[in-house]
Design a binder for this molecule. Structure first.
Ligand code: GUN
Length: 275
């Protein structure tokens, strides 16, 4: 096993598998179209959306782009979502988050047809996931499970600590790890003596949203460390929530930033788009 988990290479494998599946399904007459909705011009979101559309093109599915101005109203966005729900050509809908503050994210997510919810954000899809029903998988957490499996890291029976309890990463991550028979702890901003908790982890998944917060003191020797964060440090260089230089020497495997979890989110989105 490589100590540095190459998310870019693993994501490429998955994209190639998707491409192959699309070619086979096309022969049977199945076609897929992802509608991508961006409200405003947040620079990070603009890059993510561009990469998602490029990835659709790579695997051979269509994408439609909807770019709405920052000041668009909640009603306008709801109307667009409703149009996309009823458009038979559209098989997947993705509304890039975060949305501007005056728009209720939960309301928009809940308005997306659950059968087109390729992000797996809809309460029905998260509910299905939590009771073990088949369906869409949340992209970033599913990408992390694939990274572990394809790096031959066993999950069953392991102590897993997830730092962060967001609806996009922390909570669905815990559900997926549980499904793989891990023992799970979710730590968060109110957790007492965080290092004491994280040092129990055989697999530590970090989604705190603070640059280089997790240093060697938080990590058990030979742990596997998965870094979900992405930031720019003081020198303008990309970095994660984990202080890579401090943690890498003591763990058994670690994801870099960039090139770790990030590319996997898009790969798993594509895989949701072709079911
Ligand atoms: N914002 C940050 N991550 C994501 C994601 O996976 N999907 C969407 N739609 N928005 C995001």
């Amino acid at each position: 096993m490589n100590k540095i988990i190459d998310g870019k290479a693993i994501a490429q494998q998955i994209k190639d598998e998707c491409r192959e599946k699309v070619a086979q399904l096309k022969d049977k007459g199945n076609k897929f179209t992802l509608a991508v909705v961006l409200v405003g011009s947040d620079p990070a979101s603009t890059v993510y959306v561009k990469n998602k559309k490029k990835a659709c093109e790579y695997i051979g599915i269509d994408s439609l782009s909807y770019e709405l101005p920052e000041e668009s109203s909640e009603e306008e966005l709801l109307k667009l979502v409703e149009e996309l729900n009823t458009n038979e050509k559209v098989t997947g809908i993705l509304v890039q988050l975060p949305l501007p503050k005056h728009i209720d994210e939960d309301k928009i997510i809940s308005a997306i047809d659950p059968n087109k919810d390729v992000d797996c954000f809809h309460p029905m899809n998260i509910g299905n996931l939590s009771i073990g029903r088949p369906g869409f998988l949340p992209c970033t957490p599913a990408g992390i499970i694939e990274l572990l499996k394809r790096s031959d890291i066993e999950i069953a029976g392991k102590e897993c600590v997830v730092i962060g309890r967001s609806n996009i990463v922390g909570k669905p991550m815990a559900l997926l790890l549980l499904r793989e028979n891990a023992t799970i702890t979710i730590a968060h901003s109110k957790t007492k003596d965080l290092a004491n908790v994280t040092k129990r982890a055989d697999i530590l998944i970090v989604a705190v949203g603070r640059p280089k917060m997790i240093t060697a003191e938080y990590v058990k020797e030979d742990a596997v460390v998965i870094d979900v964060g992405i930031h720019r440090d003081d020198n303008g260089k990309l970095c994660g929530d984990v202080d890579f230089m401090s943690v890498a020497p003591l763990c058994s495997a670690i994801t870099p930033v960039p090139g770790g979890v990030g590319p996997m989110t898009i790969a798993m989105l594509l895989s949701n788009c072709i079911v």
